[in-house]
Write a protein that binds this ligand. Structure first.
Ligand code: BTN
Length: 251
């Protein structure tokens, strides 16, 4: 796999930002957080060839060997409405960047996972670190893409997959992803973004389950509203703001 190259990525960016490329780090999100704490001004981009402690949402880890893309873009807080809006923008951008650079059409699983052939191929972890004075330091958008992994640890072997694209130029993927995220975070009218997001969301129309107040609720996912909430019809209408839903079937 061709190595990541900061100069090449910078040259490809429509609106260049500082690019940090690391051979190895615990987590590009943690590295970015440290840069912010040390006074580095957003926007900037951190990439690593591999992560030794890649972080997922909640208590999850993110398997991060050398055959993936580990990407963290930090944007200024004023460039983002809220974390859900950024998450939606990042998911749509990820869908587009994979299609534009690898020619592969994936599916978005609400709220921010990318699936290919029913297997999770990429994930997004957005974080918003606060200063002690109550203001935001920046918005951290962490994305991991399984570009060419063939083997996965036991616990995710049945659910994880990759793009199967060892020849994919990750410099192009990273630059395109950063461009598309910055584009969607800068638009005022989010109609086009939400239309794109909904049209690529494969949970819509399907039966989903989720846990609410300790019980499992099953219903039909009808839409994602303009704020990014998943609307589910069950014994009543549920508006889900975050968390995970599971699908009864992938068909
Ligand atoms: C998830 O699937 O729950 C989110 C996974 C996010 C993984 C990416 S890889 C780059 C960035 N650094 C991290 O430690 N996590 C995110």
């Amino acid at each position: 796999m061709k190595p990541l190259n900061p100069e090449e990525i910078t040259a490809l960016l429509a609106d260049p930002v500082p690019v940090y490329v690391l051979k190895e780090t615990a987590s590009t999100n943690l590295y970015a957080k440290q840069l912010l704490e040390d006074g580095t001004e957003a926007p900037f981009l951190v990439l690593a060839e591999k992560q030794t402690a890649g972080r997922g949402r909640g208590t999850h880890t993110f398997f991060s060997p050398e055959s993936g893309l580990y990407f963290t873009l930090v944007i200024r807080p004023d460039d983002a409405a809220d974390i859900t809006a950024v998450t939606i923008a990042a998911a749509a951008a990820l869908y587009e960047a994979v299609e534009m650079t690898a020619g592969i059409r994936c599916d978005i699983k609400w709220i921010n996972d990318l699936y290919l052939n029913g297997r999770k191929t990429a994930g997004i972890l957005c974080e918003a670190p606060w200063r002690s004075d109550g203001t935001l330091r920046g918005i951290i958008i962490g994305i991991g893409v399984n570009v060419a992994q063939k083997e996965f640890p036991e616990e995710i072997r049945e659910t994880a997959g990759s793009l199967g694209a060892p020849d994919l130029d990750r410099n192009r993927l990273a630059a395109c992803l950063a461009d598309r995220i910055m584009h969607w975070c800068s638009v005022q009218d989010r109609t086009e973004l939400m239309d794109l997001y909904r049209s690529r969301s494969f949970v819509l129309g399907k039966t989903v389950s989720f846990v609410r107040d300790g019980r499992t609720v099953t219903g039909k996912a009808v839409t994602v509203d303009d704020r990014g909430s998943l609307i589910v019809e069950a014994d009543r209408i549920y508006e889900l703001d975050s968390g995970e839903v599971s699908l009864k079937s992938w068909q």
